[in-house]
Design a protein. Structure first.
Length: 128
């Protein structure tokens, strides 16, 4: 499997998941929705944003790397997928904070800094 095929698969998955999320938003009434419906909607958007950001990060991180260097390519794809998941999680947490009226400029900034610190901590642990 090439990186291009992997990226196209991630984008296709993101489109399908976002279509399911939009269908869920259209059919779910937010005033009568229970916990299960909210878990479904936010889980769908976490999956969709993770796929979308992973595809973007894979295409950015693998530029300039030859297809023949599989080990380096796999390392960059792994890092890009982790970063895509963290960015997707950040978007969903920002949406949750907005839903509960907790999103102010400094709380959003704290969340962004927290996600950056998690990524830096993971990179630091891997370098040891």
């Amino acid at each position: 499997m090439t990186v291009r095929t992997y990226t196209i698969g991630l984008l296709l998955c993101a489109v399908l998941v976002f279509a399911a999320g939009i269908a869920g938003i259209i059919t779910i009434n937010p005033t009568t929705a229970g916990v299960g419906e909210y878990v479904f909607v936010y889980g769908v958007f976490l999956t969709g944003f993770s796929c979308l950001f992973s595809a973007i990060m894979v295409s950015i991180n693998t530029r300039g790397i030859s297809q023949s260097d599989r080990e380096e390519m796999a390392t960059h794809v792994r890092i890009a997928c982790r970063q895509g998941f963290l960015l997707g999680l950040m978007c969903v947490l920002l949406a949750l904070m907005q839903q509960y009226r907790l999103l102010i400029w400094w709380s959003g900034l704290l969340l962004v800094v927290a996600v950056c610190l998690v990524e830096l901590w993971i990179l630091w642990k891997q370098s040891k």
